[in-house]
Design a protein around this ligand. Structure first.
Ligand SMILES: Cc1ncc(CN)c(N)n1
Length: 223
């Protein structure tokens, strides 16, 4: 491929799987926030379930950190992932404040769709899943929220004032930059990975996108 630009793996995948990616990042729940038509009971359902998800996401991110420490060829990866852990700490505190603002109980029963997604993430904590797959999955999960909520803040959006703070949490530029950094780590690793690892990472991406669509569906009460 000398003299030609090498295709970036994550870009290739997002083009190839455009429909499901749009399904996850332009879901009716998100479009409803963006145009102001969202049903607040859906929003509250999402809030309670996402808190459960985020708590389960912590051990997954810790496993990515451990794999980076053992397997990464670049020490700077640890700092980026540690930043992600700190962001999750803030996210958990934010959920508590937000839930009390909306009168939502956080100790709700997890729905099956949520449990399925948490179980999938738990399967990725296995030592059989290498760092390349783990960091690629981490990028995908964070990016869906970034792209979704940033869409609600773009010019022309009619996001209700009381939901703007939620959109800023994931839609802000800093979180966008963090996702781009995760993407560049994932691409750097994928470039050097075996065909088998690349194939597994692509399948994981598809599973994550499917779980994310289901998660938004659940917020609509379509279980
Ligand atoms: C379901 C889901 N996906 C992603 C994120 C972003 N951490 C989240 N909070 N919840």
């Amino acid at each position: 491929m000398e003299g030609t630009d090498r295709a970036v793996m994550t870009d290739t995948w997002l083009k190839k799987h455009r429909l499901i990616y749009l399904g996850a990042t332009r879901h009716p729940f998100i479009l409803g926030i963006r145009d102001g038509s969202v049903d607040l009971s859906s929003f509250k359902r999402w809030l309670g379930q996402d808190y459960i998800f985020v708590r389960a996401f912590v051990p997954f991110v810790a496993s990515v950190l451990l794999k980076a420490w053992k397997e990464s060829d670049d020490n700077a990866d640890i700092d980026v992932i540690l930043g992600g852990v700190a962001a999750l700490n803030d996210e958990i505190a934010w959920f508590k404040t937000e839930a009390s603002k909306w009168g939502v109980a956080l100790e709700v029963v997890p729905q099956q769709i949520n449990l399925n997604y948490c179980r999938f993430l738990e399967s990725l904590t296995s030592p059989d899943v290498d760092y390349t797959q783990a960091i690629t999955a981490f990028w995908a999960v964070e990016t869906v929220y970034q792209e979704s909520f940033a869409h609600c803040l773009e010019e022309g959006s009619k996001t209700p004032e009381e939901l703007k703070q939620t959109c800023h949490r994931w839609g802000n530029d800093g979180f966008g930059q963090y996702c781009r950094t995760l993407k560049s780590i994932a691409d750097r690793r994928l470039e050097k990975a075996s065909k088998e690892v690349v194939a597994k990472a692509e399948l994981n991406l598809l599973s994550i996108l499917e779980h994310e669509v289901e998660f938004w569906n659940m917020s609509h009460g379509a279980v």
